[in-house]
Structure formats: structure tokens, C-alpha cells
Design a binder for this molecule. Structure first.
Ligand code: HEC
Length: 158
């Protein structure tokens, strides 16, 4: 093979793999299957393969337009007023549940209790009367779920 041909094929390979990686990232959410991911009472595997960032997770969780967990839960976030009490107090929730159990509750609390008021933050189907802008979208992104999970794990009973 001529040297210039070799260079061209190498460049082709590099571009090809970059495309493949791009595709893999894009199809991440599309390929998520709760039935496959669920083991018993939890989802043991990270949704992203990357560890969560507890600090980001905390800010997403207490953000009124993002996680909005405070609408229903009391949390150790004294800087925010008006915590809800529709759901249980999340203080100490990291001692009550294993990480896999918390991940399932964030992804799809409806799986455990079809009547729950808690939104299924990482499910695309099974909703009724979805607004157009939300069709085919999850409420939170996979990495948001992992970040919030990393934060919840830190909420241990003293
Ligand atoms: C609209 C109300 C609502 C919102 C918003 C909400 N939850 Fe919940 N959550 C509940 C209710 C109600 C329960 C009790 C379980 C049930 O209903 O089956 C619950 C249960 C939980 C549990 C299990 C706690 C336990 O002690 O059993 C966790 C963990 C949790 N929620 C985390 C969150 C997080 C984190 C957010 C924000 C990203 C959030 N929830 C947003 C209503 C809500």
C-alpha cells in the first residue's frame, strides 16, 4: 500500500469511530429500557456510566424549575423556604435506601406505586396527556438523575 493511501485509511478510521461514538451518545436515552435495567427493587447500573456529582445534584434537586423536589419533600436545604410534605422528608433517605433503590425511585416511582404523585423523572412513555414540548422527552437527563442520586446518598441519618 502506498503511504498516502495508508494516511487516507487512517483518517477514515478516525472519522468513522468519532461518528460511532456520537451515535452511541445520541441513542443513550432512546435505548434505555426500564425492564432490562431493573433488578429487584432497584436499578443497579449507572444510567450514564459516569459517577454523579453530588453538588450539582443538590442544586438540581432544590431548583424550583428543575428537580423541584421541594414541592413535595422536606430536605436539608435551609436556604429555601416552603418545603412540601406530600412525600416523606428526604433527610436521612441515604440511610434508608441503597443507591440502586434510590435510582429506581428517581427514574420511575410509578413502577413501585402506580398511584404515586411523584413524577417519573426518566421515563418517556406511559404518561397521559403529555404537552407537545415534553413528547418523547424525559423530565430530567440521565446525568441529572446520577447527580441527584449522588446527593441523596449523602443524606445519611446522624
Ligand atoms: C409531586 C410530588 C413529588 C415531587 C415533585 C417529588 N416527589 Fe419524591 N415522592 C413523592 C411521594 C408522594 C413519595 C412517597 C412514595 C409514593 O408515593 O409511593 C415520594 C417518595 C420519594 C422517595 C422515597 C422516600 C422514602 O422515604 O420512601 C425519594 C427518594 C424521593 N421521593 C425523591 C425525590 C426527589 C429527589 C425529587 C426531585 C428530583 C422528588 N422526589 C420529587 C412525591 C414527590
Amino acid at each position: 500500500m502506498k503511504f498516502s493511501n495508508l494516511i487516507t485509511s487512517c483518517a477514515g478510521l478516525i472519522v468513522g469511530s468519532a461518528l460511532l461514538i456520537g451515535l452511541a451518545v445520541q441513542s443513550e436515552a432512546a435505548e434505555f429500557s426500564l425492564a432490562k435495567a431493573r433488578v429487584g427493587d432497584g436499578i443497579p447500573k449507572s444510567l450514564t456510566g459516569k459517577p454523579g456529582d453530588a453538588k450539582k445534584g443538590r442544586s438540581t434537586a432544590i431548583h424550583r424549575k428543575r428537580g423541584n423536589c421541594l414541592a413535595c419533600h422536606t430536605m436539608p436545604a435551609p436556604e429555601q423556604a416552603d418545603h412540601g410534605n406530600i412525600g416523606p422528608d428526604l433527610t436521612g433517605v441515604g440511610s434508608r435506601y441503597k443507591p440502586a433503590e434510590l435510582r429506581l425511585r428517581l427514574v420511575s416511582s410509578k413502577t413501585l406505586n402506580s398511584d404515586t404523585l411523584m413524577p417519573s423523572f426518566y421515563l418517556k412513555s406511559g404518561f397521559h396527556r403529555v404537552q407537545k414540548k415534553w413528547k418523547g422527552k424525559t423530565i430530567l437527563k440521565a446525568q441529572d438523575i446520577e447527580d441527584i442520586l449522588a446527593y441523596l446518598v449523602t443524606l445519611k441519618d446522624k
